[in-house]
Structures are given as C-alpha cells and as structure tokens.
Design a protein around this ligand. Structure first.
Ligand SMILES: Cc1ncc(C[n+]2csc(CCOP(=O)(O)OP(=O)(O)O)c2C)c(N)n1
Ligand SMILES: [Mg+2]
Length: 320
C-alpha cells in the first residue's frame, strides 16, 4: 500500500497532538488543583489510535476505554471541549459530567469512552447493527485492552457481530498489563487475535507501535466491514509509558522494561522514518510540535475560563 506524503504527515501530526495533550494533562493533574477524578494516560499507544482512526470518517463510530483520550483526539474531536471536560466545566464535551473516563463527542463519531472494562464492545454492536440496518456502509471501531479479552462482553459481542455480519473492527491494544496484572497471568494463548477464527472472522496480530502498519491493516478491516463481510480483529502490540493510572508507582514492572519500550516509542520511530524518507525536515517537525503545543495551550485557557456547572445542571438531561 502506498501511503501519500500528506497522509504520513497527518499520521505524525495526530500522534504528536495526542502526546502533547496528554503530557500537559499529566502536569495539570499532578499539580492537584484543577482536574478532579482519575487519570489514565495512553502515551506510547498513539499509533493504535491514529492508525485506526485515520481510516474513518466522522460518520463512522468509535468506542473506547478509560484510557481513551488518544482515540478521541485521533478521531478529530476538538481539544477545547475535551480539556474543559477534564476540568469538569460546563463547556466540556459532556458539560463537565463525564470527565476523563466517559468522554463522548457524537459529531465526530466518538460514541463514548467507558470505565467498565469491555462494555464498549456491547455498545459497538448496537451502533454497528444500526449502521447495517440503515444500509449506511459505515463501520464501528471499538478499542479495548488485553484485560478486556477475558470478559464475557468480548466473546458475546464478537459472536453476535459475526453471526449478524456487523461492521465492527475489534481493536485490541496489548500494553501487557490489566491494572497491575501481566497478560501472561490471565491470557492462556500468545495472540488473542487467534480467537477471531473461533467466530469465523479474520484476526491479525501486528506491531502496534508502527503507525503505518496499523493504518494499512485497519484499512483492510474497514474494506472488509464496508463490504458487509462482518467483523475483523486487529491486535496491536504496544506499551503504556505511564502506570495504570497517574499516581501508580509501577513497582510491578521489571527493571529496565520501560526503558526497552521507550526505544520503540511510536512517535520517535516515525519521526526518524519521516526524516530519513525526506517527508519532513527538522524545521517542519519543530513547527508541527509547536502548533500542537499552541492548540493544547489554547484548550487549557478555554477550560480555565469556562464556568463550573450550576447545581441545577445535575437534574438536566436525565432519562427516567
Ligand atoms: C468490569 C470491570 N472490571 C474491573 C474493572 C477495574 N479495572 C479498571 S481498568 C482495568 C484493567 C484494564 O486493562 P486493559 O483492558 O488491558 O486496559 P488498559 O488499562 O491496559 O488500557 C480493570 C480491571 C473495571 N473498571 N470494570
Ligand atoms: Mg492493558
């Protein structure tokens, strides 16, 4: 597959945008004053989010997890309401009610993050059913982690998607840990994508730190789904640079493990590749990084000036 220069620059820029947003979020959260709740960051896993979402339009849907900022940024959501949401403010994409773990941005097709491990998969089936029923040719991608592959939600959703031939791309980011538990402790096989065969669907395991590879593999999955052939599974091997949540001391990680993975940082690798290919030079890379920093700074300023929700907001938009 030949990837155009524009697409390569777009893939790089989206990854830098996510990294910059999450690095800034980390700092603000650690200062302990403005950002309530829990924070799970995805630095290191950007290639999975970007390589997937770069194949989708706003009319396609995604569902993601408690570690979902990257997917939502990759899909094209505006950083300002996202940051305001993390600050719990009224101009947040969910009016300050959702916070980090329950982001949604329907206009860009971000149907929801989810703090309940695996549950995004069940919701994805519903959206994919609607896409098929309405003959839209749109698809739904659902992101989840290694920890979610043992849930009933995974197997039930995959079975239903395959039986009804629903356009669902199951995107599993293997970052090796479910909270503090290593994948070798709870997954009895080497590659969980092999399980797709049990439902008669294609499943591939790839290097999840190679953004072009993720982009190419997901493009095959999207084609498969748009053609009405049912679900497809992509398993990408990657790593989270931070702990499970911000504040996790990570004492379950063997010495040197993080350092090895930092050498495979998807953004650093891609930057080197694009420099070597002459797609970008040092100056343009710097510019992209500055542009992303400006966007994030503007988002923080926007969040800071947004009011706290009124107490009456508590009773609005409730379905009973
Ligand atoms: C149904 C359910 N069980 C347990 C938890 C507690 N929990 C939160 S995150 C997590 C681990 C998830 O691991 P994984 O799916 O690999 O995602 P990652 O955090 O690595 O991105 C667990 C067990 C939960 N939120 N929901
Ligand atoms: Mg995990």
């Amino acid at each position: 597959m030949k990837i155009s220069k524009e697409t390569k620059i777009d893939l790089f820029t989206r990854m830098v945008k996510i990294r910059t947003f999450e690095d800034e979020t980390h700092k603000i959260f650690m200062a302990g004053k403005e950002m309530p709740g829990f924070l799970h960051l995805s630095q290191g896993e950007e290639a999975m989010a970007v390589g997937t979402c770069a194949n989708l339009t706003f009319d396609d849907a995604i569902y993601t997890t408690h570690r979902g900022h990257g997917c939502i940024i990759a899909k094209g959501a505006d950083l300002k309401p996202m940051m305001a949401e993390l600050f719990g403010r009224i101009d947040g994409c969910c009016k300050g009610r959702a916070g980090s773990m329950h982001f949604a941005d329907v206009k860009t097709g971000c149907m929801g993050s989810n703090g309940i491990v695996g549950e995004g998969m069940r919701l994805a089936i519903g959206t994919a059913f609607a896409q098929k029923y309405q003959k839209t040719k749109n698809v739904t991608a659902v992101f989840f982690g290694d920890g979610a592959t043992g849930t009933g939600a995974f197997h039930e959703s995959f079975n239903m998607a395959a039986t009804l031939k629903l356009p669902v791309i199951f995107v599993c980011s293997i970052n090796f840990y479910a909270q503090m538990t290593h994948k070798s402790v709870h997954i009895p096989i080497e590659h969980v994508a092999d399980r797709a065969a049990g439902y008669g669907a294609p499943g591939v395991t790839i290097d999840g730190n190679d953004v072009e590879l993720v982009y190419e593999e997901v493009s095959k999955a999207v084609k498969h789904c748009r053609a009405g052939k049912g679900p497809y599974m992509i398993e990408g091997i990657t790593y989270r640079h931070h702990g499970h949540f911000i504040g996790d001391p990570c004492n379950y990680r063997p010495a040197g493990e993080l350092e090895e993975w930092l050498k495979k940082d998807p953004i650093v690798l891609y930057e080197q590749k694009l420099l070597k290919e002459g797609v970008l030079d040092e100056k343009r890379i710097q510019q992209i990084k500055e542009e992303c920093k400006n966007l994030v700074d503007e988002a923080v300023a926007f969040a800071r000036q947004s009011p706290q929700p009124d107490i009456e907001e508590l009773y609005k938009d409730i379905l009973a």
